[in-house]
Design a protein. Structure first.
Length: 95
């Protein structure tokens, strides 16, 4: 349901929710730790939160399958703090 993807060697995590895309929440668990992913899509704003509750998560890329999103309206938060990110639009969402 969450479309969860993770690759430790590539330092990549991804989510592609199939239900409740406008207000989606899930947890994830990998060998090095666990945490949560939340996405809230509104008309003029998309809020993404990725949090590590235990352990660690070394990342270089986050793949998100959110169609129709405008990068200027995207806020990405890591452990509830906004972070800057390079955003690339792809056929199936953003990276």
């Amino acid at each position: 349901m969450s479309g969860f993807y993770y690759s430790a060697p590539k330092k990549t995590i991804g989510f592609s929710p199939r239900i409740n895309q406008k207000e989606f929440k899930t947890f994830f668990s990998v060998a090095s730790g666990w945490g949560f992913y939340n996405q809230r899509i509104k008309k003029n704003k998309t809020d993404i939160k990725l949090g590590v509750k235990y352990g660690s998560l070394g990342l270089k890329k986050i793949h998100l399958d959110i169609k129709g999103i405008k990068s200027k309206n995207l806020i990405i938060k890591l452990s509830d703090k906004p972070i800057s990110a390079k955003i690339e639009k792809k056929e199936k969402g953003i990276v």
